[in-house]
Design a protein around this ligand. Structure first.
Ligand SMILES: [Zn+2]
Length: 248
């Protein structure tokens, strides 16, 4: 059976990420007017961060090694792998019309917390209550690799270098390649055919292109990368650091 997350990943991977597709707010999923932003508003960013930090109590109770949070149009989903297990337990609930995913996640956390306290109040041990809920929500059909964040390294660029990347119509992925210098040069050649004044191009644009080419070749001589643990399409939690990371 296809899980909501699988549906998301399949959709994204088959289409690829198109630059002209509207980017969505990482917190509420609405289309972003400014594509350089990751959230629709400061409040929206604060709200999801607040709810995710609220979830840490529950994740500690379940002794989570890894967890992920994602949402679709219909559901909010909290997956976790406890330290002692290789399997995934999925806490899922339907979205409430008109409410943001953060609010539904909060209710999901509170509901699961209440269920756990109810068992403890009825003379079950804390570890039994955790084990019971994890087993009840255990899902064999989900690949645990889905929620284990890989170490992803991304090129570290200044604001100007980011602009250069756009001028050359290069992708960040090109800069992670072993052939980055070749890719920068071939992107330059391709764009020079469009902007060279002898070919009917604009001289100002051609000047910018030359500058961008020079700058990116300099970057490639001594490339810098940042590495962080994250997942492509959902929030990820690492129990060893007790921290949530936004999607890549
Ligand atoms: Zn938002």
């Amino acid at each position: 059976m296809a899980t909501p997350r699988n549906q998301i990943s399949r959709k994204k991977s088959s289409k690829g990420i198109k630059p002209d597709r509207p980017k969505r707010c990482l917190s509420c999923g609405t289309d972003l007017i400014k594509p350089s932003r990751r959230y629709c508003s400061k409040e929206c960013r604060q709200q999801i961060n607040w709810v995710l930090s609220l979830s840490k109590g529950l994740l500690r109770t379940f002794n989570a090694r890894y967890a992920s949070f994602s949402f679709t149009h219909d559901h909010v989903i909290l997956d976790l792998i406890p330290v002692w297990s290789k399997g995934i337990s999925r806490f899922i609930c339907k979205r409430t019309p008109g409410k943001k995913p953060a609010e539904d996640l909060k209710n999901l956390i509170l509901k699961s917390g209440r269920e756990w306290y109810h068992m403890v109040d009825n003379n079950n041990s804390k570890s039994y209550a955790s084990l019971f809920l994890l087993k009840k929500n255990h899902r064999r059909d989900i690949d645990p690799c889905d929620i284990k964040p890989n170490n992803k390294s991304r090129p570290r660029l200044s604001g100007y270098e980011n602009k250069c990347l756009k001028v050359l119509k290069l992708d960040r992925k090109d800069l992670s390649s072993n052939e980055k210098t070749i890719r920068i040069k071939s992107a330059y050649k391709k764009m020079a055919k469009i902007h060279h004044p002898d070919m009917g191009g604009n001289s100002e644009k051609f000047r910018q292109l030359n500058e961008a080419h020079k700058q990116m070749l300099l970057w490639a001589e001594n490339p810098q990368y940042t590495s962080r643990k994250a997942l492509p399409y959902c929030w990820s939690y690492d129990g060893s650091t007790n921290r949530w990371a936004p999607p890549l």
